[in-house]
Design a protein around this ligand. Sequence first.
Ligand code: AMP
Length: 284
Amino acid sequence: MKIIRSVAQMQKMMMRRAGKSLGFVPTMGALHAGHLSLIRRARTENDLVAVSIFVNPAQFGPREDYQRYPRPFAQDARLCRAAGVDYFFAPAAADMYPDGYATYTEVTHLSNVLCGASRPGHFRGVATVVAKLLNITAPDRAYLGIKDYQQVHIISRMVRDLNMPVKIVACPTVREPSGLALSSRNQFLSAEQKAGSAVIARALHHCRDLILSKKQRKSREIIQCMKRMITSIPGAKIDYVAVVDCQTLDPITVVGSVAAIVCAVRVGTTRLIDNIVVRSAVSR
Ligand code: AMP
């Protein structure tokens, strides 16, 4: 596995692939089994695999956790090597955003709702860094987690709108046995908070079952039910719970054949997000 720190060197290397297909997994590091599932999928579908580790300052707000975000570099490199990664790209912030940097990518509409409403500028930062990373690596496929539901939509939209020649592969959420979605930020949770946070996934599954068993289809009731369950977590503060259209992410009032329940919850100082897609058999 080659460890590459320089943007220029990575770009040069990626241009000399001799026709070999490349799967790319962009991450902020502190790798866990969720990231590794993306890497495994990339490994099976491509000749070469590149992983980027970059805690992107452009996607953090001034009062967010950029400084304290975990950066276990040696462990990440070890995990990638063991997973058969070919290129481990870990650029410095000053190399990605040199003095005078002035260009940003913004996917309008999709970026200002849900997580974007409470994290202004977040998705502009995400779209910008992913656009840059795709330009640097020029992959055939890029692997993203559905756990970051809005992010997958935004990046897919960006790639379509800007005619970027890459296929976005959306991968399922990997969870703890308790149901809690794996996240690099889970390590900030105390044991008690972690146990309590499992309620988020339980609430999502419970509400999905309510919809599928036709006991409830009204979004307002589903959101109430989610909120009731989530507020039982000690120290939990709900950012949002929404039932949305799977394409537009617009809120829907009555669930038809397919919808997504999405939520963000602050537990102590840690912000957790999760979602579930509900697809009724009726639609098929
Ligand atoms: P991050 O390092 O948090 O920016 O995540 C990098 C990529 O890993 C993103 O595409 C995430 O959606 C994906 N990811 C994060 N957590 C999970 C998970 N629990 N299961 C699957 N993919 C995940």
